[in-house]
Ligand binder design. Structure first.
Ligand SMILES: Nc1ncnc2c1ncn2[C@@H]1O[C@H](COP(=O)(O)OP(=O)(O)OP(=O)(O)O)[C@@H](O)[C@H]1O
Length: 544
């Protein structure tokens, strides 16, 4: 035991720990930098870069680290690059770690829901802003455990640096044991040192995970809870006593909270503009004089051999509400995504606010960054079936964030606009809740508020209620009515809610097999459809 303690505090071995740490840190930092580059190359639109990165990964993951160390130390001098043993070992470790770290980065970037990327694009965020504000914060959170593993493995791999005579812990332990023959005490002591180092990595990992944990209460709340727990006799410190005194169980309290959240009524409507008079003829005449908000001409779009949209023509005027109806797979979502330039197409033109999104005045395609800027300046918002809220941001930040990043509002103004909208949709009390703590209906209400926050002129809604339980549909339709219809936005809404369509839509466009088979005033199409396919669809929907 004495000998073991003696080796544990021996400066010769402790110096070895220093070298071990140095190589590990340099290797990991180098690996991280190169890993970011490799991951970016693999995710890039340029195939050649992706192929080069993949080839690198095959070579450096497929050969032993010990050979890479020998190569860096002995072979690089042959081409004029002479490195010290520590530099050569660190470089080899970095080269070896890079493809593993790149795969961790790539997997976590791809793991962020694609819907959130579409939502970012639809909000007019550039690819760089989407990476920085949406993907990176979520990917970094989820990659911490894997990076912790990688750090432990790099620490252990650093022992291979002994092959190029770096005086790290394993080499020094072996040398000491050869000289003293006290193998057991020395290797036990050096094993414990490695354990302490890997333990420290585990602790760092736990702390980082805690700091990045979105469910962690804010520091002030943590301090409040801590202080409350210290004060004896306070109701929070002894909830059972409070229950005994009042006769109200915790279950009762929980039920009350759940009931309150479930009811979650919308506040009374205070429309900015008076709701449009529902005299369809007068309204149609008024709308006919408005500017064209969206114009689709001869749109053809295929996925591989499948033609999804086959010569669509559609004109929507400012302030007009158009409901897209049609059976599943008829192309409604694809049409909406094309209008917003989230999809390309083969033939035809789409103009939004008089501009062709994604192409310059000479018809040449714009970069994704310029397309995003154009989308924001034209003012087209989109609401998705699956809500697509940014998962790491609160309800308030989901609305305020894009206002700052895209519209350039100050934090104060963006927050005020977000709070105002949350109040109007009856969710002011949930402003600081994360999307995963909101019901589907609440999430979709926030998503609608986020889409209308920059005051778009055109709002596209892709089956906004189809992912919701029936009892939540009404609240979302009411929010659409308040925030969009009453604001007089031009809207194209793909929906299966016939009553809602009849109530808010000026016109119904019925799609089947990628073509418009019938269109006309909402009341007429719903009550007296002309085309057999429309008739069959409407009677099947009414029967449901
Ligand atoms: N990214 C894609 N790749 C290949 N095929 C696709 C893609 N997106 C849609 N499709 C196909 O295009 C057709 C039209 O799909 P779309 O989602 O536009 O229909 P929809 O009318 O919106 O249907 P639903 O009411 O079920 O949402 C479908 O056959 C679908 O399988």
């Amino acid at each position: 035991m004495d000998l073991f303690l003696h080796y544990l505090g021996m400066p010769y071995l402790l110096d070895g720990v220093g070298y071990t740490l140095l190589i590990t840190v340099l290797g990991l930092l180098g690996g991280l930098v190169m890993g970011v580059v490799l991951a970016a190359m693999q995710l890039s639109r340029f195939r050649t870069l992706a192929i080069v990165a993949r080839a690198y990964a095959i070579v450096f993951r497929g050969t032993p680290l010990i050979l890479q160390m020998v190569f860096c130390y002995n072979a690089l001098p042959l081409i004029g690059i002479k490195l010290s043993a520590i530099s050569a070992a660190s470089l080899a470790l970095a080269l070896n770690e890079a493809p593993f770290i790149a795969e961790i980065l790539r997997a976590n970037v791809l793991g962020v829901e694609r819907g959130q990327v579409s939502a970012g694009q639809a909000l007019g965020m550039t690819p760089a802003a989407i990476m920085r504000r949406v993907i990176a914060p979520q990917a970094i959170r989820s990659m911490v455990p894997a990076l912790g593993n990688e750090a432990v493995s790099a620490l252990k791999n650093s022992s291979l640096a002994s092959v190029v005579a770096v005086q790290e812990l394993t080499l020094r332990s072996t040398q000491l044991a050869s000289a003293t023959f006290d193998f057991f005490s020395i290797f036990f002591a050096s094993g414990l040192m490695y354990l302490v180092l890997t333990g420290a990595i585990a602790v760092i990992q736990i702390v980082v995970e805690m700091l990045l944990d979105l469910d962690r209460p804010p520091p002030r709340e943590q301090l409040r809870r801590f202080l409350r727990a210290l004060v004896p006799g306070r109701p929070d410190a002894a909830p059972e006593l409070a229950v005994a005194a009042t006769g109200v169980t915790q279950l009762d309290v929980a039920r009350e909270i759940v009931a309150e959240i479930a009811a979650d009524p919308l506040p009374p409507a205070v429309p900015k503009h008076a709701a449009p008079a529902r005299d369809p003829v007068a309204r149609a005449a008024r709308l006919a004089a408005n500017n064209i908000a969206v114009e689709v001409r001869g749109l053809r779009k295929s996925y591989g051999a499948q033609t999804v949209l086959d010569g669509i023509d559609l004109t929507v005027r400012a302030g007009e509400v158009v409901a897209l109806l049609g059976p599943s797979g008829s192309g409604k979502s694809t049409l909406l995504r094309c209008i917003n330039r989230l999809e390309g197409w083969e033939d035809g033109t789409i103009r939004v606010g008089g501009q062709s999104l994604g192409v310059d005045e000479n018809g040449r395609p714009l970069s994704p960054r310029l397309t995003a800027q154009m989308r924001a300046s034209v003012g087209v918002g989109m609401v998705f079936q699956q809500f697509n809220l940014f998962g790491h941001l609160t309800a308030r930040e989901n609305i305020a964030g894009p206002l700052r990043w895209v519209q350039g509002l100050s934090r104060f103004d963006a927050d005020r606009r977000a709070r105002d909208l949350l109040e109007r949709i009856g969710l002011a009390h949930r402003a600081d809740a994360l999307p995963r703590h909101l019901s589907g209906g609440q999430q979709q209400r926030v998503a609608i508020a986020r889409a209308v926050a920059p005051a778009p002129t055109v709002l596209l809604l892709d089956e906004p209620t189809s992912a919701l339980d029936p009892e939540l549909v009404g609240e979302v339709l009411e929010v659409i009515r308040r925030l969009a219809v009453e604001e007089g936005l031009a809207m194209i809404i793909s929906t299966h809610q016939l009553r809602f369509a009849g109530d808010v839509a000026d016109r119904i466009v019925f799609l089947s097999g990628g073509v418009v088979v019938e269109e006309g005033p909402a009341a007429r199409v719903l009550s007296a459809p002309q085309h057999p396919l429309t008739m069959r669809f409407l009677s099947s929907m009414t029967a449901e």
